[in-house]
Structure formats: C-alpha cells, structure tokens
Design a protein around this ligand. Structure first.
Ligand SMILES: [Zn+2]
Length: 213
C-alpha cells in the first residue's frame, strides 16, 4: 500500500510560489524555473532558517532602543517633553485614558515581543527537527504572519497622538529616534515571517513517515 499523502518534495516536484504550477526540476537540480511564469522554483525557500534567524536577531536588537529611546517629542503650553513608549503608556493612564494606554502597550510592547519570541521558538524547533506539536506550530506561524500585515506603527502613532491631543493642547509633536527603531522592529519581524518556510515544520514528520513505510 502506498501512502495516501505525500509531499511534493518527496515526489521530486516543486511548486511555483508565484503561480502555484507544479514542476519537476532537471534531475539532480535543487532549483528550477517555472515554465509557465518564469519564476525561480525551489523545494524550500533558500536559506530560510539562516535568513529568518538573522532578521529575528536584528529585530530583537532594535527592540531595545525602540523601548529605551524617546518616540515622541511633544511641546505643549507647559513646556516640551520627550517620552519613551512606556512613559507614554504611563502618561496616558488615567480613569478615561486607560483603554488607549492599553492599546499602545499591546500594539507597541507586547505584540512585537510576542512575534520575536514566536519566531525564535519556530526557528529552534525546526532546527532541532522536532516532530511534536507541528499543527500548533503552523497555527502560531499563521498568527505571526497575520499580525505582520497590519502596520503597528500606524496604530501606535494614531492612538498616541489622539490621546495626547485629548490630554492637553499641543503646540507641536515630533517623532523621536525610538520611532525609527520601533518601525525597524515591525519591518524586520514582517520580513522574518516572510522568509520563514512553514513547510520546514512538517519535514521531520514526513521523513519519519517515509522511514516507517
Ligand atoms: Zn509560475
């Protein structure tokens, strides 16, 4: 009895990431070209783990100045002030402002760190060839990918500005250096999720099934 399910790689087939056409590369070749649309085809995204790891490490490094450097320089009638993300959260925290403070905290501190941790966990388990919790790990990857599609910078800036305007009359507001690192964290984690090949999560299980047959 042959297996009911087999993956394309085990059958020597590659699917085009642009038009999804299944093709067979030349014997012994690891890369091919899609005959229909001309895109390069691979069994798996090339150097997926190395690229993802480099981007996750870069994001983790940028996460530190993103939280330590001021993200906003505000000038009001009572003087000018620079605030980091967490100082902003504290500033916004009031009987009426706490929902906005929570949104800023969630969008700018918790989600980016959760993305970095989730990608790190996926990298380590794939590197180790883990066969456990593959279903949950794919779901985790989908969540990270989905979150990456919203730009957290927009959410953050809009909420922060709206809240500050409510607090006191603003004379001017300027972005601080922390915002650049914050944007870098968002972009780097998006690129990391993009370069990760979720098919790698299932490869150890497929190999094990192939050995059992
Ligand atoms: Zn194609």
């Amino acid at each position: 009895m042959s297996q009911a399910a087999a993956n394309a790689m085990a059958l020597g087939l590659q699917s085009c990431e642009t038009c999804m056409l299944l093709t067979r590369p030349a014997a012994g070749a690891h890369e091919g070209r899609c005959p229909r649309c001309g895109s390069e085809t691979h069994f798996r995204k090339p150097a997926s783990l190395q690229r993802t790891a480099a981007l996750v490490v870069a994001a983790a490094i940028c996460y530190i100045p993103a939280n330590l450097l001021p993200v906003m320089n505000t000038t009001t009638s009572s003087g000018s002030e620079t605030d980091t993300i967490l100082q902003g959260v504290v500033l916004l925290w009031s009987p009426t402002g706490w929902p906005l403070a929570l949104i800023v905290l969630f969008a700018s501190v918790m989600i980016p760190s959760a993305k970095i941790l989730a990608l790190g966990y996926l990298l380590v388990t794939v590197q180790r060839g883990s066969v456990r919790n593959s279903g949950q790990r794919v779901r985790l990857y989908r969540i990270v990918e989905l979150i990456g599609r919203w730009s957290m910078v927009d959410v953050f800036v809009a909420t922060f500005t709206a809240a500050l305007v409510q607090l006191q009359p603003l004379m001017s507001i300027a972005p601080g250096p922390g915002l650049v690192f914050f944007a870098a964290v968002v972009v780097l984690t998006m690129l990391a999720a993009e370069s990760f090949d979720p098919r790698l999560i299932w490869d150890p299980s497929s190999e094990q099934e192939a050995d059992d047959v």
